[in-house]
Design a protein around this ligand. Structure first.
Ligand SMILES: [Zn+2]
Ligand SMILES: [Zn+2]
Length: 161
């Protein structure tokens, strides 16, 4: 299968994915609102080893503590999110990929839920489950996180972070 390239808006930064992530969700936490400059983030989770950062890349990392110790990688040029790495669950190293960076393929992943909905900037009129607060949000993600990682059992290749 061909690698999937997920570039930032300006194209200076990108990651490579060996397969499309399966768990897509919307996060309304205040950090996502700030980092994305939008009312919520639209991201897909996958196992870290599904993701390769090019050897030469413009992505800058900086930890934002509140959301599950997510190490967010932003493009050094355009400042847009490229990938986030999360080690919240022991033994389940996750990568978060902005769905917009996946282009048409991203649109084919069905979103599953809204989390941190309590800090939403606006109500969302859809049928997806909506979880408020850190505990409920994190709990709701655990099973899908585990499932998305179980799909990535190939041996690691040049894993970042
Ligand atoms: Zn960029
Ligand atoms: Zn968030």
């Amino acid at each position: 299968m061909n690698q999937i390239i997920a570039p930032c808006t300006c194209g200076k930064s990108h990651i490579e994915l060996r397969h499309l992530p399966s768990f897509r969700f919307f996060c309304h936490c205040t950090i996502c609102q700030r980092v994305y400059g939008k009312p919520y983030s639209d991201v897909a989770a996958t196992h870290m080893r599904n993701v390769t950062l090019p050897a030469q890349h413009a992505t800058r990392f900086g930890k934002y503590k509140r959301f599950m110790a997510l190490d967010r990688g932003l493009c050094g040029e355009c400042g847009e999110p490229v990938v986030g790495f999360m080690r919240y669950l022991p033994g389940v190293p996750l990568a978060m990929v902005p769905v917009a960076n996946l282009g048409e393929q991203g649109a084919s992943i069905m979103p599953r839920m809204h989390i941190y909905y309590g800090t939403r900037q606006r109500d969302i009129d859809d049928d997806l489950p909506k979880y408020e607060g850190a505990l409920r949000s994190i709990t709701a993600c655990i099973a899908p996180f585990l499932a998305s990682c179980a799909k990535s059992e190939d041996p690691p290749k040049n894993v970042a972070a």
